[in-house]
Write a protein that binds this ligand. Sequence first.
Ligand code: ATR
Length: 279
Amino acid sequence: MTKAFVGIFGYPVGHTLSPLFQNAAFKALGINAEYVVFEVAPKDLEDAVQVIRSPEFLGANLTIPHKEKVIPFLDEVTSMAKKCGSVNTIVNCGGKLRGETTDGPGFIRSLKEETGMSPKGKRILLAGAGGAARAVAFALAEAKADVYLTNRTAEKGEKLVSDLKNFYPQNTVTYIPFSERADALRREKIDILINATSVGIEKEKNLPLTIPSPLRGEDNRLIVCDLIYNRKTLLLQSAQRLGLKTIDGLGMLIHQGALSFQLWTGKTAPIKKMFAAVK
Ligand code: ATR
């Protein structure tokens, strides 16, 4: 079998961990394929995408800033990717390119694996309205969770809430003003708190979200998630000090990659090997 390739297109892409765990997965399953980083400037995206049509490419990943801009260059986009307006995975189906999003489903899998909890019927306070928050919010709405969304810039948060309501009119989707985010935790009896802002990627001075302290009985079951994976954020540190269950963004990163791997190869991804590669 000739060697196959998967590309990741981003700008810049220097920081990505994906080659580490995707190449470990190919190796573990004895698949003759390589995951390769391509730094693609926005003006070159259309041409770069055409390369994925050639038979040696299984597909590609997209990262910042290409996830939305790539959509017009694809032949087909799944309904979830359309709703989110974001594609992180391209699958080469015999020269036709299909766009998918595995970011949100990756978060849901990570939540289930690490906490045993399914989001259905759970009350979730999600902070952020950027690309990451959008992917997670749509996956949560799809999984029938009640979504309470807060964001520093109200217009952006309200826009995401209105998009969610549009696609999921039966669901509970509520905008929480940023100044009310701490009160909302108790008022709305939140089960899961998620930081999907970029606060904490670098050493942060302030918490994006505040957890009530001292805890009351009903707060003890709160699960605290931070989508950031490169360091333990102040939010997760404070939650752990309070004895709460926490999850960081590494699980979402690996699970979105595992779902993409499955789409490219048709094989179940070796999750443990993928985690081991980045740890
Ligand atoms: P990503 O693609 O990683 O989601 P993004 O699209 O740049 O990144 O979005 C960053 C998110 O972090 C936004 O929700 C942003 O809030 P604004 O919409 O108000 O910009 C949020 N964010 C960034 N810095 C923040 C800060 N210091 N405090 C609160 N929220 C912040």
